[in-house]
Design a protein around this ligand. Structure first.
Ligand code: BGC
Length: 364
């Protein structure tokens, strides 16, 4: 029965190609069987998301549900719970496989702990797409779609330097602190490395001083990307290293943590600092406009979700998905589609968000 359905689809696909005169896109199939059979409209597409700690994940869940259905497929969108997120995702992905999902889109809580589940998924005929966060050390991944995370880090690092120069025109050296994301999130070291690519030379030449001395990613990490954890670490650093010293700036990897850092600085009674962010969260836009948070990054979730669905639609036709580059995940080079992150400060916020119904009014 299943074989028949596949054959019918394949014949239909060939007929369609012959009619349109198109050929399918090139590139290697990383799923192992070399064949791209496609699948019917109405098939199940599973989406496993890590948590709801940042607005972008909440938005992604809503958008995925409607966009998958609009594209003609059935959607199974799941979030990991807070207490046992990794086992939750493992169980959710296995269940999507059992239900016969043709594509499983994964925003991993911990990209290194889903190897068994994605192997089973591929063996059952599903394509695996890593969404926003890559899956590490597994061959069982077909595609990756994300904003260019290294570039996000570079933009944050450069903005921190620019912000410091603008806010403190008379200073020649600046005291800063560094924060990074959750150690289980494969993006966290990439953001950090991107930022350090810009900041490290300035630390070496003495322009920047990390007064706490905490420059290793193990020291700067923020478990689970939780605001409270960043706030606690900032409180401790301020008490330990900034008794009579001025803090000028902080590298924060996202908006949630930037706001937590600002809260800590305020409640310690310290003067305003330059802080970076990412995600363009609604709660941060007024802070960008008032200058309290120096910058953020716009990674339009609508575009990222659309790209993932476009990939799934291409795969349903038996085509390869369109990609722009590859990403080494420690096991294979994963065909990747990168979107461009945009740096936002109060100077360009109105322009950048002009087509975003939720954010544009916040810039007025
Ligand atoms: C995402 C960021 C987000 C963070 C915390 C990262 O993997 O790329 O946009 O701020 O996770 O949810």
């Amino acid at each position: 029965m299943r074989k028949l359905a596949i054959t019918t689809t394949a014949v239909a696909a060939v007929a369609l190609l012959a009619l349109s005169g198109c050929s399918s896109r090139g590139g290697d199939d990383t799923s192992g069987d070399g064949a791209s059979k496609g699948f019917d409209k109405g098939s199940l597409i599973g989406v496993a998301l890590p948590d709801k700690t940042s607005e972008n994940w909440v938005l992604a869940g809503d958008l995925f549900k409607s966009a998958i259905e609009e594209a003609g497929f059935k959607a199974d969108v799941q979030y990991a719970g807070q207490s046992t997120p990794v086992p939750d995702q493992q169980a959710q992905i296995s269940s999507m496989t059992t239900k016969g999902a043709k594509v499983i889109i994964i925003g991993a809580k911990d990209g290194g702990q889903l190897g068994t589940q994605v192997k089973d998924a591929q063996e059952a005929g599903a394509k695996v797409i890593a969404y926003d966060r890559i899956l590490t050390d597994t061959k069982n991944i077909d595609y990756y779609v994300a904003f260019d995370n290294f570039k996000v880090g570079q933009l944050q690092g450069q903005a921190l330097l620019d912000g410091l120069k603008a806010k403190f025109p008379d200073k020649k050296t600046y005291n800063i602190e560094l924060f990074s994301g959750d150690p289980g999130d494969a993006n966290a070291p990439v953001f950090f490395k991107g930022a350090m690519d810009v900041l490290e030379p300035k630390i070496k030449d003495g322009t920047l001083k990390v007064v706490s001395g905490q420059t290793d990613i193990k020291q700067t990490a923020t478990k689970d990307w939780l605001a409270q954890n960043a706030q606690n670490r900032m409180d401790t650093i301020l008490q330990g290293s900034y008794g009579s010293t001025e803090l000028d700036g902080v590298l924060s990897p996202n908006d949630t943590l930037a706001r937590a850092i600002l809260t800590s600085v305020k409640s310690a009674g310290k003067p305003a600092i330059v802080v970076t962010g990412q995600d363009s969260e609604a709660a941060s836009i007024p802070l960008i406009m008032s200058g309290e948070q120096y910058m953020t990054i716009y990674k339009d979730t609508r575009k990222l979700v659309k790209q993932a669905i476009d990939m799934a639609t291409e795969l349903s036709k038996g085509d390869k998905a369109t990609t722009t580059t590859t990403t080494d995940n420690g096991a294979v080079k994963v065909p990747t589609f990168y979107l461009d992150p945009i740096v936002v400060t109060k100077d360009n916020a109105a322009e950048v968000y002009k087509d975003d119904d939720k954010l544009a009014p916040l810039t007025k």
